[in-house]
Ligand binder design. Structure first.
Ligand code: ADP
Length: 620
């Protein structure tokens, strides 16, 4: 056992005595389970795909099995055994109950990769090839129990203009405490709204904040439509056909009046800078439209219905860097249902045409989720449950998810130029920020996803067990992805990295002096929309480039439940949507890209809206 490593683990597990890197995979409460009982519990009283094992004494070990697996894999059993160093103790499934009286503990996912990590002792709370980052565990205790603070770890966080309980508890549970107001030695800042530029300018290398400068350009409704309209003008409406036709008043009032007079359509009217369904209504006449401060979108009147109810998806997207651009999608999210049967446009109440939780929780028909493990019941589901239903119904949803990834990338590309410049101007280090965005997606009855809006600070409230399960893991994985370095790596860290000369300005200078041909080659662009073969990459050997690839690979290893969607095998297909060619993006495109063959799928293929299907999809 490495003493340094143990130190990190004890920081990550302040309530427990230090354990080894392998052992840190498990969530410990107080005592000792036995492998035999893990087996029997799994086969008798739990649903086949999930197993939650706890001991009478409130010690728990939470394990998730792959669906097909009958028993825990030997590697896991062995580790559990070693961990607890006991042979037999009676297992009992105990359930911690939250406000709703529901079980709120769940099991941490074991992917094949994690299993291998455990086997090879390279799992969480360890360092990756000599480069160490903190790995966060999700907060799984009831939200009405505050984590015990560990005052000795020297990890600080700061909350500004918000106090999100889940963020606070996750950080405190992982050994962080709130920084005193007069101290600037925090590692993570969670900021309620856009961050002032002077805050960015004062950041140290090790500090992480949760917004990029000017990311609000896609999260304010009017700005998002303005930016997407710009992309439609530049690249064609076909490429950006995932947003309904939208106008902003007062500036587009004339055009809107014309449209409303000539088209027999219903419009949905939303305040430009509002959320949670506040102030939204449907309109058919121009006289009903407020004079200013609103966006007016064509109402999508053919939503896919489940048991007659409209629903939308909350999709979580993380951006870790704009230079090079790196975007991730989270493996799970929420499905939010309306609470009154859909009867077509204009009829029925807000409970019929709005899917916001904040609206529908007041409906008498609202059904609260009471058990995180029953994620396909009630008015809020998980994506996993929805996908299971799609499968049962014979709906191939792969295309839907590919399109959602495409929507996320193209939407972010609509502000890439703006944010890139703001980062260049205000960020001392390229990796100071991480952004978690909540994309609201509506699926119509042709199985086409539509982007409704993007949220800057997606709700992290944990009103129901399903919220805490999904958001708890999401936040732990987000902080892990952020790449927080242990305290002992901070000092001198800046200097060391300066020496590595990840200096974009110098790189650009070198790049600009190359001839056009060489420049294109170096940047990885060619005009056939194909990346260069790996052979050509031999030419690229500068330290910056190696550094970028290394940093990208390390980050990839920390991805947890995130899937990287940019750069990816097909990211070359997005090169035309960039305001400018960026060498670092080109480098990664070449590194991770595969030549895209026409007609072979891939999310960047511009998709045409399928014609209206006369037999609409409906799920009973
Ligand atoms: P808010 O930020 O207030 O939640 P949204 O843009 O997310 O505003 O809209 C709220 C809800 O209204 C959505 O969750 C969705 O159910 C419905 N909605 C919004 N835009 C449309 C649209 N163009 N067509 C159909 N329904 C929509």
């Amino acid at each position: 056992m490495d003493p340094e490593l143990d130190n990190i683990i004890s920081i990550l597990n302040p309530k427990t005595t230090p354990v080894s890197s392998t052992q840190a995979r498990f969530r410990i409460r107080n005592s000792k389970p036995s492998p035999n009982n893990i087996r029997s519990r799994q086969s008798h009283s739990l649903p086949p795909q999930k197993s939650q094992v706890q001991v009478k004494t409130e010690k728990s070990i939470d394990v998730k099995l792959d669906e097909e697996e009958e028993e825990l894999p030997d590697s896991v059993i062995q580790n559990i055994n070693e961990f607890y160093k006991v042979e037999d103790e009676e297992f009992k499934k105990t359930v911690t109950t939250g406000k709703t009286g529901a079980p709120i503990l769940w099991m941490r996912h074991f992917t094949k990769r994690e299993e291998n990590d455990i086997k090879n002792e390279t799992g969480v709370a360890t360092w990756i090839k000599g480069k160490r980052f903190l790995v966060f565990r999700p907060y799984i205790d009831p939200m009405n129990i505050q984590p015990k603070l560990n005052l000795e770890t020297n990890y600080f966080f700061r909350m500004m203009h918000s106090d999100v309980k889940l963020i606070r508890y996750t950080l405190e549970d992982n050994g962080f405490i709130e920084a005193p107001p007069n101290k600037n030695n925090w590692t993570i800042m969670w900021h309620g709204g856009p961050i002032k530029m002077n805050v960015y300018q004062a950041l140290s290398k090790y500090q992480k904040v949760n917004h990029f400068p000017r990311s609000y350009e896609i999260t304010r409704k009017d700005l998002m439509y303005k930016n997407l309209a710009k992309m439609q003008v530049l690249y064609g409406t076909k490429a950006y056909d995932f947003v309904p036709k939208t106008f902003i008043v007062p500036q587009d009032a004339g055009q809107l009046e014309f449209e409303m007079a000539n088209e027999d359509t219903v419009w949905i009217v939303k305040p430009s800078a509002s959320s949670q369904g506040k102030g939204i209504f449907l309109a058919t006449k121009f006289s009903e439209i407020p004079k200013s401060g609103h966006v007016i979108s064509q109402y999508i009147d053919n939503p896919l219905l489940i048991q007659g109810l409209k629903f939308d998806l909350r999709v979580y997207i993380a951006i870790t860097c704009f230079n090079p651009l790196r975007i991730y999608i989270y493996k799970d999210g929420l499905v939010r249902f309306a609470t009154q049967k859909y009867q077509g446009t204009g009829k029925g109440s807000r409970f019929m045409y709005l899917t916001n939780y904040s609206v529908n929780k007041f409906s008498t028909n609202f059904v609260e989720n009471t058990n995180a493990l029953e994620d396909g019941k009630g008015s809020k589901w998980s994506h996993t449950a929805l996908r299971k239903l799609f499968k049962q119904e014979g709906i191939d949803d792969t295309k839907i998810w590919e399109k959602i990834k495409d929507i996320a990338i193209k939407t972010i590309l609509s502000i890439e130029g703006i944010v890139f410049s703001a980062c260049e101007m205000h960020l001392p280090y390229r990796n100071n920020c991480i952004e978690l965005l909540g994309f609201d997606i509506l699926i119509d009855d042709n199985l086409n996803p539509w982007l409704l809006e993007v949220n800057l600070s997606p709700s992290l409230n944990c009103d129901a067990p399903i919220d805490q399960k999904i958001k708890g893991e999401l936040i732990a994985d987000l902080f892990t992805l952020a790449g927080v370095v242990p305290t002992d790596q901070r000092n001198g860290g800046d200097k060391a990295n300066e020496n590595k000369a990840l200096n974009y300005a110098a790189y650009m200078e070198q790049f600009m002096t190359l001839s056009n041909k060489k420049k294109n080659k170096k940047a990885g662009w060619n005009f056939d929309n194909k990346p260069y073969s790996s052979e050509s990459l031999k030419d690229i050997d500068s330290r910056e480039e190696k550094g970028i690839i290394k940093e990208t690979n390390y980050e990839y290893k920390r991805r947890g439940g995130f899937e990287r969607i940019f750069p990816s095998e097909i990211s070359i297909n997005y090169k035309n949507f960039f305001e400018r060619e960026r060498p670092y993006n080109a480098l990664l495109c070449n590194k991770f890209g595969k030549i895209h063959r026409k007609g072979q799928g891939g999310s960047a293929v511009i998709y045409r809206k399928p014609p209206r299907n006369p037999s609409k999809t409906q799920i009973e």
